[in-house]
Design a protein around this ligand. Structure first.
Ligand code: HMG
Ligand code: MG
Length: 299
């Protein structure tokens, strides 16, 4: 029998990753209702929005409003790649910041308009300052396995980027399969390696579910010792600058898998599916995840 943790932390990314690529305009009010319902279901950590260019990602233009109106409960992250975004986020009153960089240079150029090296140079003094001022900082590592432009990524490159962030004193690494191409063997192998090499930073896995390997990849990462997972209610999500990426692995299906294996999350399935039902009318894709489909059949 494999050994699994007793508890796992779910970091809900639906309000950010889930909605950033949404074609329909989702009102601030709808987003706030979604976030509140997610909090009520027991989610303690969440990416609630991102401070990025409203020209590049119009769906996140209301970031400051979102921060102002979300109730502080657990840890609320906002995502941002640069100094301007961090400044806006701090002015809005955030306590936890998530920065993001791609291992792949080509992806980083498409996503942030900078090389990976340029992004790191810009982020180093910012993170230093954030840490001195007591902020919680997480670094999201995109294209950790595969890149839509460069193909397979060398694990040593992923490790080097993660180690650089760790040397700056960040609190958490969220290591991402941006286009949902990794398989469970790769998940187990990369996360075992990262956890061994970087033991003192919280390690989180972020899987997109493009090829429906998200749950298997999470199970493999669990076996490698990971106990924090980014997931998205309703399986919403995708990066606008990563062609071929669909939504994150669905929170409700991950929670179900964990609960049925005796791993606790503190999340109430019924209330979680209720949160999905709140956002469903605002999104253009039908939501057909396993647990949400069952929930609707029972209503
Ligand atoms: P740029 O055009 O190169 O930036 O965009 P710039 O510095 O030349 O500035 C251009 C304009 O943007 C200026 O405004 C700046 O003030 C403004 P103007 O003078 O034209 O009116 N600007 C900003 N405005 C608001 N917030 C900011 C900001 N920075 C500059 N932070 C930029 C560079 C990074 C801004 C742009 O490329 C951008 O917004 N990219 C965001 C891309 C994005 O949001 N991607 C999705 C999130 S990452 C993701 O989903 C992956 C993840 O889930 C993990 C995984 O799955 O891999 C985390
Ligand atoms: Mg993502």
């Amino acid at each position: 029998m494999f050994s699994l943790p007793n508890d796992v932390t779910i970091i809900e990314v639906g309000p950010r990753d889930g909605l950033q690529n949404e074609k329909k305009e989702v009102s601030t009010e709808q987003k706030l209702l979604f976030i509140k319902a997610l909090q009520e279901s027991g989610i303690k950590e969440m990416e609630i929005t991102s401070f990025v260019s409203p020209k590049w990602v119009p769906q996140m233009a209301d970031a400051a409003d979102i921060v102002e109106h979300v109730q502080q409960q657990g840890r609320q992250f906002v995502l941002t790649p640069n100094e301007k975004g961090v400044t806006r986020a701090i002015e809005a009153g955030v306590k936890s910041v998530a920065v993001f960089v791609g291992v792949s240079n080509s992806f980083n150029l498409k996503n942030i308009n900078k090389t990976t090296e340029q992004s790191m140079q810009e982020l180093k003094p910012i993170i230093n300052q954030l840490k001195q001022q007591g902020y919680f900082v997480r670094a999201c590592i995109s294209t950790a396995f595969y890149c839509p432009y460069e193909g397979e990524i060398n694990v040593e490159d992923t490790l080097a980027l993660c180690k650089e962030f760790a040397s700056w004193g960040i609190d958490e690494l969220s290591v991402a399969d941006t286009i949902g191409m990794a398989n469970p063997q790769e998940s187990y192998s990369l996360f075992s390696y990262l956890m061994r090499e970087i033991p003192n930073v919280l390690m989180t896995a972020h899987f997109h579910d493009t090829r429906k390997m998200g749950l298997a990849n999470i199970y493999a990462a669990l076996l490698a010792g990971v106990s924090r997972f980014d997931t998205s209610a309703g399986g919403l999500g995708g990066c606008p600058f990563a062609p071929g990426a669909t939504g994150n692995v669905a929170t409700e299906d991950v929670v179900n898998m964990l609960h049925t294996m005796g791993v606790q999350t503190g999340i109430d399935m019924n209330l979680l599916c209720k949160a999905v039902s709140i956002i469903e009318p605002s999104v253009s894709r039908p939501i057909e995840t396993g647990m949400y489909t069952l929930y609707k059949m029972e209503q």
